[in-house]
Design a protein. Sequence first.
Length: 564
Amino acid sequence: MPVGRDARRWSTFHGDRTLVVAARTVTSTVRVLETLPSLLRGDSRVTVVFAHDPTSAFNADVLDLLRTAGCRVMPWQQLEHIDPDLILSASENIDVPEGDCPVLVLPHGVGFQKLVPDSRSSRARLSGVVPESLLESGRAWLAVSHPAQEAQLLAAHPKAAGHTLLVGDPCFDEIAVSRPLRNAYREALGVSEDQRLVVVSSTWGPTSTLGRHPDLPQRLLAQLPYDDYRVSAIIHPNVWSAHGAWQIRTLQAAALDAGLLLMPAVHAWRPALVAADVVVGDHGSVTLYGASAGTPLLLASFGEDAVPGTAVHDLAAVAPRLDTGGDMLQQVADVVHEHRPDRYAAIAARAFAEPGRSLARLRTALYRLLRLPEPSSPPPSPLALPVPDSPASPVSSWHTTSSVTGDRAAPTVEVCRFPAAAFAYDRALPDSATSFSHLACADDERDHRLTESASVLVRRQPASTSVEALRWIADTLTRLPGSLLSASAVRGDCCLVGLRDGRIVAAATTGPATDPGLSAAVVYACLRAGRPLDDAQVTLRVGDRRDEDVLLRLRPTGSAGQLP
C-alpha cells in the first residue's frame, strides 16, 4: 500500500495528505468512485487508498468493483494502523477506528427518505444517518442535497447540529446536464425515434417494485407492442449484491428473451433514465430522479418504509398508480398524453438545492476537511454521462397479429407484434375473417419448439444476393415442413418471401431497411385474406409508426425447393 510504515521509501508520489475511502456496499462505493475523481483531479498532494469493510449484507462484488477500477485496497483491520487525514464514505453504517480524523459521509441516494433494517439491532433506522457514537465524537460530517434534509436530520438526531454540509446532488446534476445526449443514449440502447422506452425502476426490499411484482417486466413486454415500445429495468445494486446476477437473470429469463434491457448494476442506469419516456417505479431514489427530470411516472409500488415528509414520500400523493391487473398499454399511453414536464417541479425543488454546483461545493468541503487550500484550477462541473452499451439480446420470436382492410387491389395491412417469450402471460391472439395471427421465428431462435411451431421463418441477416436468399428459403421450407412461408431480405434490394406452394413474392417498401418479419406479415395477411400477391400496392401500418407503402410482386420460379 502507498501508505503506512516505510511507504515513503518506495512510493513514487509523496502526498501531503492521506484520504481513506471506506468501501462497504456496491451502492456507496459506486457513488464515491463516480464523484471523487472530479474533486481530486490532477492533485498529487492527496494519496487515496480504499479500505474494504466486509460487514454489510450487501458487500458482495465490492472488491470486484474496486479492482476493476484499479483501486489499491487494504483490509479494514489495517485501517487502525495508519493515520489518515480524512475518511470518506457514502455508507453511513461504518465502524470507523478510534482517532481524530474527520469522517465525511456522502449520500448514496436522495436524502434520508427510507427506513431500513438496523444491522446492530432488530429495529429499523433512518437510512443515511451515522451511528450516535460517531455523532457524539464530533468527527462526522454529513453532506446533504437540500436544507429540508438538514431540518429532518436535526429533528431526528439533534447531535448532528453544526455537522451538515449543503452540497447539492452530483447525480441529479449529471442527469440534468446529460439531457442533450438523450438521442445518443436511445440509439445506443436500440430505441428508435418512433419507439417509447419504458423504464422499470426497483429499489431493494419486499416493498419495492420487483419485491411486489417480480413478473412486471415480462407482463409489460407482453402488453406493449414490440415495434412501438422497449422496456428497461433498473434494479438497485443491493438486489444484485444480495441475490446475485445469476438469480436475477434466472427470474427475468423470459423478459430477457423478450428483449428486456436489464441495465448493469452500476453506472449505466443514469443514461437509461435520461433516455426514458416513462418511468414505472416505487419509493426509491431512481424514481425520484426520473420524476424530477420531467419524465412521466407510474407508481407500481410504494412501501410503508418511505419516510413521511420527505420529497419521495410526496410522490405518493401526486403520481398516478399503475394498475398491474389492468390494461398497461392504455395506462402508459395515458400518462404520456396527460403529463406536464413541470408536474413534479415542486417536489424536485424540495429535494435538490444548488443545481449544477454540487461538485464545486463538495470540493470546497473536502479540501477544508483535509486542511489544504483548494487547487487553483476552475471548480469542477458535472459532465454528461458516457454513452452505454446495449445490454439487450435480440428478440428471436414474435406472436404477430395482422388485419386487412380497404380496397382489394390496394389494401391496408396493420401489423402488431409481441415477443413470444413474454406473450404467454396474457390474452390469446385474435383470428377472424380479417384479423389473423401467427408465430414468426428468426433463424437464430434457440428454442426448437418455437421454430417447429412457427408459421413464418425469417432470416436475421440480409442475404448478399437473391440467389443466396432463394437458397435459404428453399432449405428452410424443406427442413421445417410445418411452416407456411419463409423470408429473407436481400442487401440493397427488396425482401423475398417464399410460400410453400413454390411461389416467391418480392416485397419492396418505401421505408429504410426492410424488416423481413414485417414483409412476411404483409404477405401472410394478404394470403389469408385472399388478397392479390402480384402487382399489389399495400399500405403497411405498424402500431403508432408512420405508414409505409409495400409493393408485392410475384417472381417466376419453380417449386419452393428449386432455384429459378
